[in-house]
Design a protein around this ligand. Structure first.
Ligand SMILES: O=C[C@H](O)COP(=O)(O)O
Length: 250
């Protein structure tokens, strides 16, 4: 059976005291058993979150990192820096990074390479804009994101990779993709991995859905065969709604 995962991506939300207050109540409630739980706070709060959550089986994930080892890249964070504060996983290719920070498939391929070199786990995001959904080119678009950004890795490397499908038109809009649309794309992603690697690799890769997942739609989305969990934005910022989404697996 594949891993089940619910990951909260806090984006640019919560300072240190807000993070402390979320975590103190979250820790009282979260009991990851059948489902792996992850939280991606801001860089400034990663170390606090790591220390606070290490006995609670909740993984702390970075939202991004630079592809180079070190150097003159003002404002950037390296893999080594993340590892030094206990963070061993990173989200790469989130659509907001692609859109606002010009991250291309080529840059992402380099980031993937660096993360793997440092034995970090990767949540690799893909997803189409609304016009591609409307004009029917969304499969081709996602396939290109995968092949150019991720498919240079080895079969062995897939053990460290989680794919997240996040249609851009559903992120933060309240407009969720239907469970059927999600399943269709997840199945396509799994088949694409199978064609380029192997059935064994494809069967083992967790594929998460992200885009307006809420307590009231999580169960139905998670019930689909190729959906192994969610990458949650807005609803991960409140303990109550995040817990309900985690518990949607029960
Ligand atoms: O990384 C998370 C996604 O961008 C989804 O965000 P959302 O749940 O606020 O739509």
């Amino acid at each position: 059976m594949r891993r089940k995962i619910v990951a909260g991506n806090w984006k640019m939300n919560y300072d240190l005291s807000e993070t402390e207050s979320f975590l103190s109540s979250f820790k009282e409630q979260v009991r990851p058993e059948d489902v792996e739980v992850m939280i991606a706070p801001a860089f400034t709060n990663l170390n606090h979150a790591f220390k606070s959550l290490r006995d609670h089986d909740v993984k702390v994930v970075a939202q991004n990192m630079h592809q180079c080892e070190s150097g003159a890249y003002t404002g950037e964070i390296s893999a080594k820096m993340l590892l030094s504060v206990g963070v061993k996983s990173v989200i790469l290719g989130h659509s907001e990074r692609r859109e606002y920070f010009n991250e291309t498939n080529k840059t992402l391929a380099e980031k993937v390479e660096t993360a793997l070199k440092h034995e970090m786990a990767i949540i690799f995001c893909v997803g189409e804009e609304e016009d591609k959904r409307d004009n029917g080119t969304y499969f081709d678009f996602v396939k290109k994101q995968l092949s150019e950004g991720l498919f240079h890795i080895s079969k062995e490397d897939w053990k460290s990779v989680i794919v997240a499908y996040e249609p851009i038109w559903a992120i933060g809009t309240g407009k969720t993709a239907s469970p059927e649309q999600v399943q269709e794309m997840h199945e396509f992603i799994r088949n694409t991995i199978q064609n380029d690697f192997s059935e064994g690799v494809a069967e083992g890769v967790p594929i998460l859905y992200g885009g307006s997942v809420k307590p009231d739609n999580a169960k139905e989305i998670f019930s689909k065969e190729d959906v192994d969990g969610g990458l949650i934005g807005g609803a991960s910022l409140e303990v109550e709604s995040f817990m309900k989404i985690i518990n949607a697996f029960k």
